[in-house]
Design a protein around this ligand. Structure first.
Ligand SMILES: N[C@@H](CCC(=O)N[C@@H](CS)C(=O)NCC(=O)O)C(=O)O
Length: 244
């Protein structure tokens, strides 16, 4: 196995911490490079060469000829293919591997986009549009119910051990509150799983990259929550309905 030498481009975000959780779980050395969304660093020509989609996260693997990877799910798979020889997070068994990839696709194509829109319309957007709020909140909750069902009598989504399937979905479900879904009490398996995954030491480390995690503080303090929403609106230029 090549000795890893990775730069991890990220910002405070559930898509970013998916990757830092994997880096920490696998003990891969990396340098985190915080990208300033507020200053549009992710839209600069140098960064677009790394991620043509102009979004975080992305990585550059210097030990493999400065190979760039963008899209969080693809980065997680890449890291396992090169730096997880035992198949700790991405099993070698083809059926288990397929199941993990199914849950990766579920998150990338479903949960992330739906919960992201729920958050936008519930908390961050410049207008409150009831139909959009209902549509994305209902769909996010439906996806939570799918996860809750899959976790019936199980501690992890695939093969009775922590894998990429858990890491990728956990990073979004844990911030349900920021998306306007105040509680997940109606999904008891999911709630217990969030606590279980969140208690892993490597997950805790990953959640604090590139800046300390403050989700609990935001849940406990409405003034801090309002301030954080205001800052996100400015950073992401969500203050008006004009196109960016
Ligand atoms: N599908 C992409 C989504 C990446 C994404 O949307 N990243 C957000 C942060 S969570 C971003 O960079 N936003 C910058 C912007 O909207 O200008 C992935 O999973 O990597």
């Amino acid at each position: 196995m090549t000795t890893p030498d990775i730069t991890f481009y990220t910002a405070k975000s559930p898509n970013g911490v998916k990757v830092s959780i994997v880096l920490e779980e696998l003990g891969i050395p990396y340098k985190a490079r915080e990208i300033s969304i507020k200053d549009d660093e992710h839209k600069q020509p140098w960064f677009l060469k790394i991620n043509p989609n102009g979004r975080i996260p992305a990585i550059t693997d210097h030990s493999r000829g400065d190979f760039h990877v963008f899209e969080s799910g693809a980065i997680m798979i890449y890291l396992c293919e090169h730096y997880d020889p035992e198949g700790k997070l991405l099993p070698k068994d083809p059926n288990l591997k397929s199941q993990v990839i199914q849950w990766i696709m579920f998150q990338m194509g479903g949960l992330g986009p739906m919960q992201g829109q729920a958050g936008f319309f519930n908390r961050y957007g410049p207008e409150k549009i009831p139909y959009a709020i209902k549509r994305y909140t209902d769909e996010t909750k439906r996806l939570y119910s799918v996860l809750n069902g899959a976790l019936e009598s199980k501690e992890y989504l695939v093969g009775n051990k922590f894998t990429l399937a858990d890491a990728i979905n956990f990073s979004w479900v844990r911030v349900h509150f920021l998306s306007g879904i105040e509680s997940i009490d109606e999904f008891p398996n999911l709630k217990a799983w969030v606590a279980r995954i969140g208690a892993r030491p490597a997950v805790q480390k990953g959640l604090n990259v590139p800046v300390p995690d403050n989700i609990q503080e935001l849940m406990d303090n409405s003034e801090k929550l309002d301030e954080s929403i205001k800052n996100a609106r400015i950073a992401f230029k969500w203050n008006s309905t004009d196109e960016k």
